[in-house]
Design a binder for this molecule. Structure first.
Ligand code: HEM
Length: 672
């Protein structure tokens, strides 16, 4: 009897505790909702908020629907996190230029991985952001970009050769009347993946002077089993290196890095990532606990993410060590400019890896960094000092950011992102640049962890978005034969059948650039960016948004707004040609209607790099090939994670446009 009463009391006690917790959380929610009560928005479920719609429709589509119903500013609940969404070009520009900092979304990462995220340029805040942004800046000056061009061309040529070989093999198979299956397999290519390997290769050779060998793997689209093999091989090579091994070139580095980058993006997303992320959205107060449980009992996506993060982190360490052990170059020389070094060590989470210093420690005083000898390798930067050179309106003072007609370049320049004034950085010397950065006031250098965070950011930011943009362009071209004809005509006229593009050719390829711009409009890889003001409320249109509220800037909504873009859902590159009658319709009326690279001083630092790379790649690919879509690709299915990407890749069949060059001389000309 006594036991029964005790059980009932305990049961009641537990139920009451749960009820009290639920009521407490509901109370907190009501408080959060109340702060934003004056801003319209879709009804939200208790606890889940708008997660069901966000997960089923994807945020770009959901935001577009909300914009139609609630106007250009509305509130949305990501689980129990309330945010504001802005979906109108003018307001996007205003908020994007006025508010300096990106919002800080806490992932489930902890320790070093979390610090690597927080310390990178993308997430950096306030004065630290200013220091790091100014350190990066010279790497994107016009002079630096011109230095990168031969490397970008080489990567585009390598990819084109690879695809052309596949096309010819498929042709030969078909001519032999080979079995349907073999013929089919021979010609199918996931061009999204191939482009991803190319963009990674470009990052390696331009920023680090390292041949990542990302395009060397026979089957880049390899299965999971293959990746496991690669990881095993990587372990062996890393072990050899750790034992004072050979330092021989490692052909697995590229494969491991490609997979790591892919998996970081895939498994960080809400849709493909760990279920723990969704739990932490529902219970943000318990995030540290959820994170701890995820680390102890990881589900498959979280385990994959941790492994990928480990591989990526180790790759960053290898690159830094590689740089530091290179011979010091005399001032003004270009280390690695002509001879990319091969990656000598590779990455794996299972291998004990070199330590990074703690980002919480104060940065090294300048003198001790200098005493470190090779740290700066200041030869890397043709202008010796740049860290004090930040002259942008980093305060986000709301200065108008130029008109659409002037394009993103003008905005970047006006907002301080403009790289023109910056000095030239030698090819492969990004690390020298970062290691030379000094805080203006204290003269301190960045810590190892802060440096590694920039390396990680460059790899991730330089890889995924450009690859997605290019894949979307390939899709749009394949589904618009008129555009394809005009593109091929421009490329043939400027380059002929064999000659790879040079710097002088780039201004003569305006349609090629317009094609890329229009692909980025319809499918902006960074479909949204964000801002957070912690110093006070922000005025957004007619609404006052309380401090510390994350504000999403829906680039996708602005790009699809039919009031701004005539025939908004159609692929019309002519919109971006100043000579076309379609051009003034948008350009003169709506500043920043086209903003795939964001706004203000926080605008993408790599946008010119990306446009140059994409232009070169499209010109070379379409000079030699066209791409037919495999069945089932239309309409294109996209996935929305950190970026907008083709869902399950983009499967095409490359078709060679020209016969092979007749003579060896012609062939070698095609490869120079
Ligand atoms: C088509 C390719 C690309 C697209 C669409 C793109 C888009 C964007 C967008 C929308 C932002 C946020 C801007 C804002 O908040 O206003 C951004 C930031 C950034 N991007 Fe890109 N990006 C591309 C390529 C690159 C490349 C090649 C790099 C090379 C390193 C890069 C590095 C960065 C960095 C470091 C930031 C953070 C800048 C800061 O916060 O100061 N991006 N990008």
């Amino acid at each position: 009897m006594f036991e029964a009463i005790t059980a009932v009391v305990f049961g009641l006690g537990k139920a009451l505790c749960v009820l009290a917790l639920v009521l407490l959380l509901l109370g907190l929610d009501i408080g959060k909702r109340w702060r934003l009560r004056h801003i319209p928005g879709p009804p939200a479920l208790p606890f889940l908020g708008n997660l069901p719609q966000l997960l089923t429709l994807g945020s770009p589509t959901f935001f577009r629907q909300c914009r139609k119903k609630y106007g250009p500013v509305f509130r949305v609940a990501f689980g129990r996190n309330w945010s504001i969404v802005v979906a109108e070009p003018d307001l996007l520009r205003q908020v994007g230029t006025r508010v300096l900092n990106h919002a800080l979304f806490r992932s489930l990462m902890r320790g070093e991985f979390q610090q690597l995220d927080d310390l990178g340029l993308l997430i950096a805040r306030d004065d630290y952001w200013r220091l790091v942004r100014s350190a990066w800046q010279p790497a994107f000056s016009a002079a630096s970009l011109s230095g990168y061009l031969p490397r970008m061309v080489a990567c585009a040529v390598q990819l084109t050769d690879r695809l052309e070989t596949r096309a010819r093999e498929a042709e030969a198979e078909a001519a032999k009347g080979g079995s349907g299956k073999a013929a089919t397999a021979a010609g199918r290519v996931n061009i999204h993946r191939e482009l991803g390997s190319m963009t990674l290769q470009v990052v390696g050779s331009t920023a680090y002077g390292v041949d990542f060998r990302a395009m060397d793997c026979d089957d880049i689209a390899g299965a999971v089993a293959e990746v496991d093999d690669a990881a095993a091989a990587a372990t062996a090579v890393a072990a050899a290196a750790a034992e004072g091994g050979s330092g021989r070139p490692d052909d697995k580095f590229g494969r491991v890095l490609v997979e790591a980058c892919r998996n970081v993006f895939r498994y960080s997303s809400l849709v493909y990532g760990t279920k723990y992320s969704r739990v932490s959205l529902l219970l943000p107060e318990l995030r540290p606990l959820v994170s701890a449980v995820a680390h102890v009992l990881p589900d498959r996506p979280f385990a994959q993410l941790l492994r990928a993060r480990g591989d990526l982190r180790n790759a960053c360490v290898c690159l830094i060590q590689g740089w530091k052990t290179r011979p010091v170059q005399p001032l003004g020389s270009h280390p690695g400019a002509d001879t990319p070094i091969a990656a000598t060590t590779t990455t794996t989470t299972t291998q004990s890896s070199p330590r990074l210093d703690d980002g919480n420690k104060p940065p090294l005083p300048a003198s001790s960094a200098a005493a470190n000898g090779r740290d700066g390798q200041n030869a890397a930067v043709e202008a010796a000092t740049f860290a004090n050179g930040f002259n942008g309106n980093g305060n986000g003072d709301g200065k108008p950011s130029g008109s659409f007609g002037k394009g993103a370049a003008a905005e970047g320049a006006e907002s301080g992102a403009g790289p023109e004034a910056a000095p030239r950085v030698a090819v492969g010397s990004f690390l020298g640049l970062i290691l030379s950065a000094r805080d203006k006031a204290s003269g301190a250098a960045l810590t190892d962890l802060q440096v590694a965070a920039q390396v990680q950011t460059f790899i991730l930011a330089g890889y995924e978005t450009t690859a997605n943009g290019l894949a979307f362009a390939v899709y749009c071209i394949a589904t618009n034969p008129k555009v394809e004809r005009r593109l091929l005509a421009e490329i043939d006229e400027v380059l002929g059948p064999d000659r790879p593009p040079t710097e002088a050719d780039l201004p003569r390829l305006p349609y090629t650039e317009a094609v890329f711009n229009e692909a980025l409009r319809l499918y902006p890889p960074a479909h949204a960016t964000n801002r957070l003001e912690d110093k006070g409320p922000v005025q957004v249109g007619g609404y006052t948004v309380p401090a510390n509220t994350a504000i999403f800037l829906s680039i996708y909504s602005a790009h699809h707004n039919p009031d701004v873009w005539p025939r908004a859902e159609e692929f019309i590159p002519e919109r971006f040609l100043p000579t076309s009658p379609l051009y003034p319709e948008v350009c003169s009326r709506v500043p920043n209607a086209h903003a795939p690279f964001g706004y203000g001083s926080r605008m993408c630092i790599g946008w010119k790099f990306a446009v140059q790379e994409a232009k070169v790649a499209l010109a070379r690919l379409y000079q030699r090939l066209v791409f037919e879509l495999e069945p089932g690709q239309v309409p294109l299915r996209t996935s929305v994670g950190i970026t907008l990407a083709p869902k399950d890749g983009l499967w095409v069949r490359p078709v060679a446009r020209h016969p092979l060059p007749a003579s060896p001389a012609a062939a070698s000309a095609a490869h120079t």
